[in-house]
Write a protein that binds this ligand. Structure first.
Ligand SMILES: [Zn+2]
Length: 411
């Protein structure tokens, strides 16, 4: 059993001063309550106030976090969720999480819609509103993982829960109000549970981010939700497992900033580089690890042991992949696709060029393939005027010839 102490909710319309006062008053009441609490069989909940005033939320979280509650909760105004102001909600949750002890669960008040669950779980919330499913049912709203539907407008149920499987929308609409509400709220509750199962399973597989990206397409407001979460990607990265049971997927732009990608670019920036070598740039194709690509292997095997050569792959998901990192997680386990988007080529080529610049190479051999290779060639010659770039067209079936011509030039 859990119980919330008698707090003072900030609400939606408070100004910063009023919000500050609700924070102080809640802390005062928390101290009062903690003095009186005797029963050990109740999990006491410490509420974090501040509403939409992020600084106040942060202050409240730090203060409440110092006090020994079993569960913490963030007061989130329902108006905020109704208006789908998920951007503000993200900032509130992040501010609260930063101040609270991570080992304790966080409950998000007012969040009871299954479509929101993956996003708020990704931000570190553990518990949700337990009344929302019934409140939605009272106003004839049918919850799905993609959003809300009006019972009045549904012709067929796509859900196969025991309620939806036993009745048609038309029949449900004709039931008496109490019975209709009861059945509808049962479906709503099952939809919440089903979503929680899906999220837990996604976490086990290391695929929560994939679920977020998938969900972002259900509704433009969710796309914004994810875009806002991406701004906090480096925070999320700290709590993302370094190794996962399965590889990850790269779907394009939204995946560029997923926590694993942020981690990879940090790790890459820490790789110790030796300057003044010959740099060989090879296309990183679908075959991974990239050096095992049959079109790369003959080149890599003849050049990798030369002390004056540094090998790097130019790839779609990760941009530059120096040989040293080719076999680290999740590089070899990432599924991606080439959208042939010139903008993507441009972005990635820029990253590769920045990496090459860091190596201050003696000379660069670009094994150029396709449009990506051509874009990279342009980027390299633009990046540094005194950089010697030798372009070799990748001739799919003749890597031996390619390596031969490189070796001749290495001297
Ligand atoms: Zn159902």
């Amino acid at each position: 059993m859990s119980r919330v102490i008698l707090d003072f909710p900030t609400g939606f319309h408070s100004d910063a001063r009023r919000a500050g006062w609700t924070v102080d008053e809640t802390v005062r009441r928390a101290d009062e309550a903690l003095k009186r609490i005797k029963r050990k069989d109740i999990l006491w909940v410490g509420p974090v106030q501040g509403g939409v005033h992020i600084k106040e939320v942060a202050r409240s979280a730090v203060e409440m976090g110092k006090r020994p509650f079993s569960i913490y909760a963030l007061g989130s105004p329902t108006e905020l969720m109704e208006a789908q102001r998920f951007d503000v909600l993200v900032d509130m949750i992040v501010a609260a999480k930063k101040g609270l002890p991570h080992a304790r669960p966080l409950h998000l008040f007012g969040a009871g819609h299954p479509a929101m669950f993956p996003f708020i779980v990704a931000l570190g919330c553990d518990l949700f509103d337990s009344a929302a499913y019934a409140l939605y049912a009272r106003t004839g709203r049918y919850l799905t993982s993609d959003g809300t539907q009006e019972l009045a407008e549904i012709e067929e149920f796509s859900c196969m829960c025991r309620i939806c499987d036993s009745i048609t929308p038309e029949e449900l609409r004709h039931l008496d109000t109490p019975e209709r509400e009861q059945l509808l709220s049962k479906h709503n509750l099952l939809a919440c549970f089903s979503e929680l199962h899906r999220i837990r399973e996604a976490i086990r597989r290391g695929h929560l981010w994939e679920l977020l990206e998938h969900r972002a397409y259900a509704n433009p407001a969710f796309k914004k939700f994810l875009a806002k979460i991406i701004q906090h990607s480096s925070l999320l990265e700290q709590f993302t497992p370094t190794v996962k049971p399965r590889g990850i997927s790269h779907f394009g732009e939204a995946s560029n900033n997923r926590p694993e990608m942020v981690r990879y670019s940090v790790r890459r920036s820490r790789v110790r580089v030796e300057r003044g070598k010959f740099v060989i740039l090879l296309p990183g194709r679908w075959r991974r690890p990239y050096h095992e690509d049959p079109r790369n292997l003959p080149i890599v095997s003849k050049l990798a042991n030369r002390s004056n050569v540094s090998i790097c792959f130019y790839t779609i998901p990760f941009g530059p992949v120096p040989m040293e990192l080719d076999e680290t997680f999740p590089l070899a386990q990432t599924e991606s696709f080439d959208s042939h988007d010139p903008r993507m080529y441009g972005q990635k080529a820029e990253q590769v060029a920045a990496w090459v610049k860091r190596l201050s190479p003696k000379q660069v051999f670009l094994i150029s393939e396709g449009e990506y290779g051509a874009t990279l060639g342009k980027e390299l010659s633009g990046a540094t005027s005194n950089l010697k770039v030798i372009r070799v067209q990748a001739k799919g079936s003749k890597p031996d010839r390619t390596v031969g011509s490189i070796i001749r030039r290495l001297g």
